[in-house]
Design a protein around this ligand. Structure first.
Ligand code: FAD
Length: 221
């Protein structure tokens, strides 16, 4: 998969920290931007459950080469904006699909998988000549690759990372979430310092379904 951060709120850490501190100050956020310790200010406010302050930071990603199975899970996250490649207007002439590691590791399964994909695309090609692409696409599989543009604010991203960086999430969306988190942490280390699965911040909420391998908290930069 290819995951790139296309755009983000500049100085997001400072802007969110200033916005948070402005709630308790005589000064406006414009006069609080150069505060010495945004980490302390933001950590305290977010720690108190005042998560709305990180909604001022917005991030846009380009994601390519992921499966439709993944994007179906992704778009369940509603506080976001998405633009996805259309299977109505884009005809998928060449077979392009994700192969799960478990399938790749087993030669018999891999052969069956690839043979089925060849048959599907062969049928899709014939159908697309007879009927509109939007109808031919009904036989395409969940593994079919797609591209999608995602915009989320930092509050929704933190929630998304909490659910999807967790071992309970499926491997493909977990890889996407891990890559997005790494990109966010590079540009906003304060906002995303403790972002990730809940086990980084406290006990695992998954009960019997817990993987039993708590992730280590991020080291402070
Ligand atoms: C491991 C895992 C397994 C899953 N398995 C299934 C499954 O088998 N079947 C299935 O259908 N789904 C499944 N899901 C999807 C899951 O149920 C959620 O739809 C998805 O994770 C989006 O999360 P969300 O609703 O918390 O958050 P978002 O849509 O990202 O929203 C963020 C937050 O905003 C608030 N919010 C958003 N919309 C509303 C609203 N309408 N009303 C009130 N508050 C709102 C909530 O506080 C919510 O947590 C699974 C998810 C995970 C992580």
């Amino acid at each position: 998969m290819d995951v790139r951060l296309l755009a983000h709120t500049p100085n997001a850490d400072s802007i969110c920290a200033a916005a948070g501190r402005s709630c308790y100050s005589e000064k406006a956020s414009a006069d609080l931007l150069d505060m010495k310790d945004p980490e302390k200010a933001l950590g305290k406010i977010v720690g108190m459950g005042h998560h709305s302050v990180v909604e001022h930071a917005v991030f846009t990603f380009s994601v390519d080469g992921v499966s439709r199975a993944l994007t179906h899970q992704l778009v369940r996250h509603r506080i976001a904006s998405y633009s996805q490649q259309s299977q109505r207007y884009v005809s998928l002439k060449d077979p392009t699909y994700v192969v799960p590691e478990t399938v790749r590791a087993d030669p018999a399964s891999l052969e069956l998988y690839e043979e089925t994909m060849r048959k599907i695309w062969d049928a899709y090609g014939k159908l697309a000549e007879a009927v509109p692409a939007e109808d031919a696409r009904y036989i395409l599989p969940n593994g079919c690759t797609t591209n999608i543009t995602i915009t989320m604010n930092a509050r929704e991203l933190r929630h998304f990372f909490s659910l999807r960086c967790c071992e309970r999430a499926q491997w493909e969306i977990r890889e996407l979430a891990d890559r997005m988190l790494a990109l966010c942490t590079e540009v906003s280390p304060v906002i995303f310092r403790d972002a990730g699965p809940p086990c980084m911040r406290g006990p695992c909420p998954e009960g019997k379904l817990s993987c039993g391998r708590p992730r280590k908290p991020n080291k402070l930069k």
